[in-house]
Design a protein around this ligand. Structure first.
Ligand SMILES: N[C@@H](CCC[C@H](N)C(=O)O)C(=O)O
Length: 281
């Protein structure tokens, strides 16, 4: 019997999902890299193993043992605590495959339990937990330093406002990882660059690009959008509010405040199949 997979994305941040109801899959970093490879593999920004929390030895204390756990891996094989777009895709997979009832459910992650609502139109709202400011820092792109704030969304972020607006944002070369302070971010960091667009009828809108730890530039980062909104609110003296975030792969809605943040956006499936034995081997 082969190893089945599902391919999906949230605003084009794409994932290979590996259902592992019995906790049998040995998901090594080499296998994650092979699956994620866009030329020799299926291609993805990350891999999501679908497993019960009780079968994950490094699941943090406090995660409910019988919930489905999103065992998230970056494309380079590294582990991250949290993935906002991934949780949306993961939750919709649980509902579509009959592993969870539609509506409200809880997804376990290395950042803790995340309550989720899967809406009738297939979009998903995730309670992302607190977005915590950790001080100022800067990121360097092409010799230019961009000032930003460190934000902990379960995983580490540095969100930098680009003062030159959308044009300067579009011109940033994110093919090379932005320079960052290794003392403040000893385990690496996801770096967001954001331009504040004019307020529209539905509130403030940010445009964001992101360089993800363990991946490179991606077309979206859910935890990154929460960090970006937190940084934009902080820059104008607020600690709560709601914004739309435009990313390369679409749009999401974010709220921040009262020690909680939420992320709402699409979850889409594009393929399913079996991993070829040679790729897994
Ligand atoms: N794309 C994700 C974040 C994935 C993890 C990140 N690269 C890290 O290493 O922390 C999201 O949607 O939040």
């Amino acid at each position: 019997m082969g190893i089945s997979f599902v391919k999906g994305h949230g605003t084009e941040n794409d994932f290979v999902l590996l259902p592992d109801p019995d906790g049998q899959l040995d998901l090594t970093p080499e296998r994650v890299r092979a699956l994620s490879d866009r030329h020799g593999g299926i291609g993805a920004d990350g891999v999501l193993r679908v497993v019960r929390a009780s079968q994950v030895p490094d699941a943090p204390e406090g995660v409910t043992p019988d919930v489905w756990f999103m065992d998230y891996r970056n494309a380079d094989g590294s582990i991250s605590e949290m993935c906002g777009n991934g949780v949306r895709v993961f939750a919709r997979y649980l509902v579509d495959s009959g592993l969870a009832e539609p509506g409200e459910l809880v997804v376990g992650t290395r950042a803790g339990d995340r309550p989720v609502v899967v809406h009738g139109d297939g979009s998903v709202t995730v309670q992302m937990g607190p977005a915590t400011l950790r001080g100022r820092s800067s990121a360097t792109v092409g010799g230019t330093a961009y000032s930003g704030v460190a934000v902990d969304v379960g995983n580490p972020h540095l969100a930098c406002i680009v003062l030159g607006g959308p044009d300067e944002l579009a011109g940033l070369d994110l093919a090379v990882p932005p320079g960052h302070d290794p003392v403040l971010f000893p385990h690496g960091v996801n770096v967001e660059f954001l331009a504040v667009l004019d307020s529209g009828d539905s509130g403030d809108t940010l445009r964001m690009r992101v360089h993800e730890r363990g991946v490179g530039e991606t077309r979206s980062c859910g935890t990154g959008t929460v960090a970006a909104v937190t940084a934009a609110l902080h820059a104008r003296g607020d600690d709560a509010g709601a914004m739309t975030v435009e990313v390369l792969g679409g749009r999401v809605s974010v709220t921040v405040g009262d020690g909680q943040s939420t992320l709402t956006g699409p979850a889409v499936f594009v393929a399913h199949g079996e991993v070829a034995p040679a790729l897994w081997g």
